[in-house]
Ligand binder design. Structure first.
Ligand SMILES: *Cc1c(COP(=O)(O)O)cnc(C)c1O
Length: 394
């Protein structure tokens, strides 16, 4: 068989496997040249031309690096897309992707989009003539009403941060297609283990791989997956042109982290369900946000489009003083920005991720002074609950 046909056959075979198998047997798990059991770290900026008339596959690491390529093929396989791209951070992935748009274009965006994405749209892309309208995407009428003659794209994030609001991905995507709009979705909170938006018609899936995909709070990275080859080519041109690439060492670290994605997500999700159920029975906790709870708004939609509920639970302890007291008393989770790691992470959105948002807007969106966000790690859940209980009790 010709080498290309062989590659195609291998790719098709990988695609047929279950998710857990894909995580381990993703294509580059054995080094072709040496049989090494992990992808080599090609720490090289440039590549020798053995034959000047036949340029090598890789010629310069901004344009392509074998370690990064292994990661890019890996995420494309997991998301069920055509081509993957690795970037120096989640924001590098998101900003590079937004540059598919041009001056004069308009994009419709989830109102409770990640803070960095909000900042990109409202303080950088607006200067370049890319306009955005923020809507409550749980209300489809609002999405439709935001359509303008120059609308070119829709950007979704579901469940959103930190109140875990649910957008109906298939509904928005089908409508977007009718209007020739590009659809993008930030899948950081769910990961491809729990949610695969390309299967629901989304064009480009984005990740802050810094979170669950990396999983160990030790690498900053972003990923994008294009559903088809023509979008893939355009993204490749932007990634190379802007130079927002991920380095070889980080690419390797991310691959290493991703191999345990299912094992980590399964454990953390089970614990998160238990934590959410416990919190929702507790006096003094005013509200619990978790898509796995019976009464979570949009739960039926979430269940239709996702395979799990994730590992992030937000809850409202009533007021700022109480929230701060809990933050100073917990002993197990680290108190920090970020999420999706082996260790539990407790965040305070009002003073961390959403500090830049005006107070009234923040409150309107449920991001009150008493709201805490718990990203459940791999510790024993009974220890985590006991720890939180003592912090809440005092
Ligand atoms: C963290 C995060 C980002 C940004 O990713 P970085 O890796 O920090 O640049 C984007 N979207 C979501 C949902 C995030 O949680």
């Amino acid at each position: 068989m010709a080498e290309q046909d062989q590659q195609k056959a291998n790719k098709a075979e990988k695609k047929d496997k279950q998710f857990a198998t894909k995580l381990i047997h993703f294509g580059a798990e054995i080094d072709e040249h040496t049989g090494a059991s992990s992808v080599p770290i090609y720490q090289a900026s440039t590549f020798h031309h053995h034959d000047i008339f036949n340029p090598p596959d890789y010629d310069y690491s901004r344009s392509g690096n074998p370690t990064r390529q292994a990661l890019e093929d890996y995420i494309a396989l997991l998301e069920g897309g055509e081509r993957g791209f690795a970037f120096s951070s989640g924001m590098a992935a998101i900003s590079t992707t937004f540059l598919l748009l041009s001056s004069g274009d308009h994009v419709i965006v989830t109102e409770d989009v990640y803070g960095g994405t909000y900042r990109l749209l409202t303080s950088i892309l607006d200067r370049l003539g890319i306009e955005s309208t923020f809507v409550d995407m749980t209300r489809f009428e609002e999405v439709k009403a935001a359509l303008k003659p120059n609308t070119k794209a829709v950007f979704m994030e579901t469940p959103s941060n930190p109140t875990l609001k649910i957008t109906d991905i298939a509904e928005v995507t089908a409508w977007a297609k009718q209007h020739d709009l590009l659809t993008m979705l930030d899948n950081t909170f769910m990961t491809p283990y729990h949610q695969r938006p390309i299967e629901l018609g989304v064009d480009i899936v984005l990740h802050s791989a810094t979170k669950f995909l990396g999983g160990h709070s030790d690498v900053l990275a972003g990923l994008a997956v294009a559903a088809n080859e023509s979008l893939g080519r355009r993204l490749k041109q932007l990634q190379n042109g802007l130079g927002t690439v991920l380095g070889a060492q980080e690419s390797w670290l991310l691959i290493r982290g991703m191999k345990t994605l299912q094992a980590r997500m399964e454990h953390s999700e089970k614990s998160a369900r238990k934590l959410a159920a416990w919190l929702s029975r507790l006096d003094g906790v005013e509200r619990v946000y978790y898509p796995g709870l019976e009464d979570h708004p949009g739960r039926d939609i979430h269940e239709k489009q996702s395979l799990g509920y994730g590992a992030v639970v937000s809850f409202d302890v009533g007021d700022g003083d109480r929230a701060k007291a809990v933050l100073s008393r917990v002993k197990l989770p680290i108190v920090a920005v970020s999420l999706g790691a082996v260790e539990s992470i407790l965040s305070y959105p009002a003073m961390m991720s959403h500090a830049a948002m005006p107070r009234e807007v923040r409150h309107e969106r449920g991001i009150t002074d008493g709201l805490l966000r718990y990203s459940v790690g791999l510790e024993d859940i009974d220890d985590l609950i006991a720890d939180l209980e003592q912090a809440l009790r005092q």
